[in-house]
Design a protein around this ligand. Structure first.
Ligand code: F1P
Length: 349
């Protein structure tokens, strides 16, 4: 079997996480000084596609750890709908994540914020020579996470890891930083352990409608799981907050549906009850997380990380990426170049 870029880029994640942790922690004092000087009232995380889902998880984690008001906004909203994005008379930091650093909307979002003196702009990218890196006020670049595949995998987890580490540094949460520093070793064993299940679950073509569920910081991860399957296979996939799912979307459930729940230890009782209803309505339930003994579901993806809910975030991705990857191969499609999609979306208008 020809090894694809996507497969190599999924499997090399633990080693790239190790490099990202070393790089960002080496800048800890500098980053702390920068944010002490800026003393922001609000931090806006932005990006497009996969990088917008990074922003969703980053903003939730950042506010929970630092107590500084944070939200995620699609890059297009920053310059096309600024009135609803920027608070009045606020000291704002805008953090733009972008694998390529050349996605038109992200570059325009940063340029707009700077030209209108609305925010201090920080770029997180894998491309130090990109337009975004050139115009941003501060840059954190991860050349070791550059990718050849059109679909983002390792770049998603590494760009997100930067924002998680930043939240740990600014909140001086040594426990959280220590847990993040264990991700490379735990990640290597998780990838080895979950791949056979990802392959067997992917081989089961009985399901044609996939629903990803995640609460809080996990909602961005659920969206990313959805996008990986949608981008690579064009199968019908959606993502929701697990309790919001009850308020209408649950009506779609039938034997065609496979629900993938990113379990969050803090809301176990709600999750268990939901999984029971998912199965009652004839759908299949796959649950990912730590300590899943009390779940009655169809497939359990035990991460066995021993980490807290926030520091465990990255470990949900390898199974979701490998599931989509193996399903793509099963369908005879090329995971490296999904139809209708370029590696970088550059707009003429
Ligand atoms: C963002 C993005 C990717 C998507 C595709 C097109 O790119 O939307 O999420 O998978 O590759 O570009 P970037 O701004 O992070 O480079």
């Amino acid at each position: 079997m020809v090894q694809t870029h996507t497969y190599r880029e999924i499997k090399q994640q633990p080693e790239t996480w190790r490099q990202t942790i070393k790089l960002v922690l080496s800048k800890a004092a500098e980053l702390k000084q920068l944010f002490n000087n800026l003393h922001p009232d609000e931090v806006l995380f932005t990006g497009c596609g996969t990088s917008y889902y990074i922003a969703m998880t980053a903003a939730s984690t950042f506010q929970e750890k630092t107590g500084i008001s944070a939200k995620a906004v699609p890059a297009s909203e920053v310059f096309l709908n600024p009135g609803a994005v920027f608070g009045k008379n606020k000291r704002t930091v805008l953090i733009g994540s972008s694998r390529s650093g050349n996605t038109t909307e992200v570059v325009r979002a940063v340029a707009y914020a700077q030209q209108n003196k609305l925010a201090h702009c920080v770029a997180i990218t894998t491309q130090p020579d990109s337009e975004l890196a050139r115009i941003a006020d501060d840059v954190i670049s991860l050349p070791h996470s550059q990718e050849k595949s059109v679909v983002m995998t390792g770049s998603f987890t590494n760009l997100l890891l930067v924002s998680q580490l930043l939240a740990g540094i600014l909140s001086a949460d040594e426990g959280f930083l220590a847990e993040l520093s264990r991700l490379p070793d735990i990640g290597a064993s998780v990838i080895a352990r979950v791949e056979p299940t990802a392959e067997s679950v992917a081989a089961d073509e009985a399901f044609g409608h996939f629903i990803y569920l995640g609460l809080g910081a996990y909602l961005g991860l659920a969206y990313e799981g959805m996008l990986k399957l949608k981008e690579m296979t064009q199968l019908y996939a959606e993502a929701f907050n697990p309790l919001e799912f009850r308020h209408g979307p649950i009506s779609v459930l039938d034997g065609q549906c496979r629900v993938l729940l990113l379990s969050n230890g803090a809301i176990r009782s709600y999750e268990r009850a939901l999984v029971e209803d998912v199965r009652k309505f004839g759908a299949d339930a796959v649950v990912l997380g730590d300590g899943l003994d009390d779940f009655h579901c169809d497939v359990k993806i035990a991460l066995d990380s021993g980490l807290g809910d926030l520091s465990r975030s990255l470990l949900y991705l390898p199974f979701l990426q490998l599931f989509a990857y193996h399903r793509t191969l099963k369908m005879g499609l090329n995971p490296d170049s999904p139809r209708n999609l370029e590696q970088v979306v550059v707009l003429d208008e």
